[in-house]
Design a binder for this molecule. Sequence first.
Ligand code: NDP
Length: 400
Amino acid sequence: MGKVLIIGCGGVAGVAIHKCCQNSDVFTEICIASRTVSKCEAVKKKLEGMTKAKITTAQVDADNTQELIALIEKEKPDVVLNLALPYQDLTIMDACLATKTNYVDTANYEPEDTAKFEYKWQWAYRERFEKAGITALLGSGFDPGVTGVFSAYALKHYFDEINYIDILDCNGGDHGYPFATNFNPEINIREVSAKGSYWEDGHWIETEPMEIKRVYNFPEVGEKDMYLLHHEELESLALNMPGIKRIRFFMTFGQSYLTHLKCLENVGMTSIEPIVYEGKEIVPLQFLKAVLPDPASLGPRTKGKTNIGCIFTGKKDGKERTVYIYNVCDHEECYKEVGSQAVAYTTGVPAMIGAAMLMTKAWDKAGVYNIEEFDPDPFMEALNEFGLPWQVSENPVMVE
Ligand code: NDP
């Protein structure tokens, strides 16, 4: 069918590339381009021979729009799948506009010098993408991503109106390290050390980091402590879910992770303010990233399961109803299949599916969209087909 250009070759990209290879009727050609081309070549070497798809590699600095334009003009992909870091979203969107190419990502733009992610920068491209006749699909990972698809699916099939959404992200996995992050440590620590917030009655309510704690008994994982965080899909779902009164996001953290994080914060290691060390400017958080385990190396040692889903409360035919839609993913099974742990897997699979939705034109409208603005049904079917089967439970235990 067509060609995808994947930018970035880290933990999430490794899974997405694997999954594109499994879906080679749709992805007949895959070009992997990243800053460190040797990583792209290693993935190509591993997967060639296991797929009908033709794999090529390229070196690119995705901070440089001109380099990206030249690469896109040379490769002529149907879809660009951005799996680099949130800092590169706008340069890649600029290059897609200049070359009239469809765009997909998994995380919204965040300026490197301010730890604040928001959709406003990417939503500002709406009219230009519409005029160019191309699509930007924002946030096609698990959260954001599948959580938005679950929301659209719940609204389409279970409710006339959804009033409350609680998004619960549980990682019951254990990698055996006292402290490590499951995806890019810099992005992860920026996210979890920020203030929390939730949407209620038309406005944001801000909390201190980790101020709100709840305990939840997750299907197939068990009881875990979880904490309220700000998360990017809250912003788009607050606009796109008619009748919504409150949306919250909770993520589980173990005590060892929180104790280490607090200590690192207290000594200044999570700061993004540059300091001068032996005559050279360094950012403490980037230095910390360099000494922490690479998330891609956690695959062989992580045991246990993730459970990510949404609890919806709303009305159907005038009656109140509650529905929980979730996926359970096993770290060891993921490693057996693609050589990665479940956090990269649960992000890489939906990234591939989002790109496939545009490639096959199952989703076909020009402009910049969040994932819940499309028909959820073909995406939900693909989740079952490509390794992230979901379950629906009526009347679940509620989060207080
Ligand atoms: P990694 O750090 O493992 O990989 C990032 C990749 O991007 C690396 O290959 C890196 O290159 C490359 N890269 C960074 N800067 C540039 C640049 N300027 N030019 C070209 N390539 C560049 O990150 P992850 O795979 O863990 O995460 C990828 C994305 O997925 C992130 O945006 C993250 O926020 C998002 N994510 C989304 C989730 C969701 O559910 N929606 C969940 C988890 C992650 P190099 O190898 O040279 O460093």
